[in-house]
Design a protein around this ligand. Sequence first.
Ligand code: P6P
Length: 339
Amino acid sequence: MRPDGNSIMNQQVTLTRHIIESEHANASAELGSLLNDVATACKKISNLVNRGAMAGVLGAAGSENIQGEDQKKLDIISNDVFIDCLQWGGHLAGMASEEMDSMYPIPENFARGKYLITFDPLDGSSNIDVNGAVGTIFSVMETADPNPADSSFLQPGTRQVCAGYCLYSSATMLVLTTGQGVDGFTLDNSVGEFVLTHPAITIPKTTNEFSINAAYQRHWFSPVKRYVDELLAGSTGPRKADFNMRWAGAMVGDVHRILSRGGIFMYPSDEKLAASGKSGKLRLLYEASPMAFIMEQAGGLASTGTERIMDIMPAELHQRVPVIMGSTEEVERVVSYHG
Ligand code: P6P
């Protein structure tokens, strides 16, 4: 054993140790314990996603969620895994999810705590049947109400105490912030622990890579249309540089790539969404807001095009918002075009 208390074998900093020892120590011991329960849920979902067809969990569930989207079996299973892993810990007063019409109160037979969690249990689940990247997104806030209702969750993103995602891809990675920067942990399947592999993630201020579903180009409003046209014009256009495009079909996959090497992710409002009364596709409380917290903590920006996502006061649980987030210089440009 070395004088610093580390054995030669113990080179790995686990999620639990990191929360206790690092700047996340600002997080209360209670939040640390809740995060360990979240990590357990993510390990279980990772195992189901990785076993896929062998576990008999692929395919449609034959039901629709409140979003009007066909649910996959794994959407529902992942939602149940999250509830089963978190409801008994005594840290939560309630849970809200993309897959549940309204909030889930912690049952009377379990102790309640001061936190609320919103989550998308399996973001990008349409990728599941084609073995594409999928993920879990979560956001933690506080409540003084021991008997919370949907309205208790309607807090601006600035009130989040923690946000994170778990990406189930070539590796399973948990990325989180408690307001003290962003850290990434990779699941070491040999011991079943999330290990600190990407401390203090910071996003490059500039980029030559953008993410948007170009199939909707004919519906875009002019600021986004102008911005993308300039990127596509490349070195012969006003940007005088060539750009690359990536679209993972799962926000977690695109956001993680952008955090890792820069980029801008856009799911803007458009004429088709507006015609159906929607201000965007992505949901504020369990997609846009947690990802905005992470982006800002990593040195990026997150806007609707006209306002900071973290400042939005939600009007209802499944509210949708336009999303433009990533490398500062590019987000600022798109916002200026909305000006
Ligand atoms: P489209 C997944 O359904 C999701 O909510 C995000 O994860 C993803 O970025 C987006 O929708 C994909 O939407 O319209 O390209 O299928």
